[in-house]
Design a protein around this ligand. Sequence first.
Ligand code: NAG
Ligand code: NAG
Ligand code: NAG
Length: 415
Amino acid sequence: MAMGKATLSLLVHLHAALLFLPAEPAAVYDVVARYGARGDGASDSTAPFLRAWADACRSPRRHATVRVPPGNYLLAQPATFLGPCAAAAVTFSLDANATLLAPPRYAWESPTGRWITFESVVGLTFTGGTLDGRGAALWQCKGTQPRGHCPTGASSLTISNSREVVVEGVRSVNSGLFHFVVLQSSGVTVRRVRVDAPGDSPNTDGIHVHKSRDVAVYDADVRTGDDCVSVGPGNSNLWIERVSCGPGHGISIGSLGKQQGMAVEAVENVTVKTTWFTNTTNGLRIKTWVSSKRGYVRGVTFSDSTMSGVGNPIIIDQHYCPDGGCSAGAGDRRSTAPRSSGIKISEVEYVNVRGSSATPVAVSFDCSRSNPCSGIRLRDVRFTYQKSLEVEKATASCRNAQGTASGLVVPPSCL
Ligand SMILES: *[C@@H]1O[C@H](CO)[C@@H](O)[C@H](O)[C@H]1NC(C)=O
Ligand SMILES: *[C@@H]1O[C@H](CO)[C@@H](O)[C@H](O)[C@H]1NC(C)=O
Ligand SMILES: *[C@@H]1O[C@H](CO)[C@@H](O)[C@H](O)[C@H]1NC(C)=O
């Protein structure tokens, strides 16, 4: 590379100067002081937030911070914080006492299915504060009106098409739909998050990961009305560690095979380690729609899990068809000729998983007739059936499943 002598000497001087300067502080963009956001719970702060983001994102500094001081900020519009940014790292920092509020009936109006979105950002940290999706009106609609009558709702925080993202120390309450979503992204860490929604709030998954790779979730405390963590199609290399779940529907891989548009639906290399489930409908679950076409789930390790009062502690369900909502003609469990899932499940390991089941069948592998499960491994898996005050023996049930068991396995393996 040809570099002029003057340029080189300038670079040397710059470098020398940097060595003697303290580290360059981050440029700070305060949504209240500089952009006029009002934490009064009533004024719409969407525009000031978007302006603060735009300035931080194009900051000439290496590191820019959007600061949200204590207060309740109404974000009445869908807020999309768009990259790519000039700054190498942008921090979106909410004070511990800052709450972002969705409009109370927001879900009725959401055109995108999202409330707060970070789109196409590389190098983002989102920290602190509370997101309040105020989903109650929507849940009530879904609970009382016929299917299809109510809007879908809006997920609270979505990280989309992004890389090198950390979401840390955030609490999400009462989302109208999913609380946290990681979509088509890589290198995302979600840690020290808390999710709170009622156990009967529909579709309020805690953390949903979709078409992403290299995603880690640590230290999540989830109480909600649907899956605590759900792993959708197109994911690989996920690490989920220290999650407590309940109420909720457990930690799920799937459901896969619903979207007929996706050619092959695959999930590969998932570790779920050190989890606690209390009174959840499921524990560790893999589910595929009964009529699903092609795909696979392989390389999954579930280890060190403790459960109490869990409906289906260990379950693979390849005949998933809730509410009979399968495509026309598809068989459900009761049909005489059930269809068979085209999704192959293999190399799934359960190690040191124990506790009490709220139903007699603690371990259920209900696999596809045309694509039987293979390489299922149980090691040190122990369950009792807690029937109100009595402790009884639990059972295991296998259909089209092949694998091995080692260590102490109770109920005895049916593989
Ligand atoms: C948050 O607000 C509460 C009550 O107003 C106060 O006691 C607490 O110290 C605040 N916490 C922080 C981190 O500012
Ligand atoms: C899954 O893990 C294996 C072994 O570490 C690796 O060879 C493979 O490439 C991974 N799969 C994906 C899709 O990254
Ligand atoms: C779980 O359910 C049992 C039995 O219904 C109840 O006694 C217990 O309080 C529940 N635990 C939690 C944390 O809700």
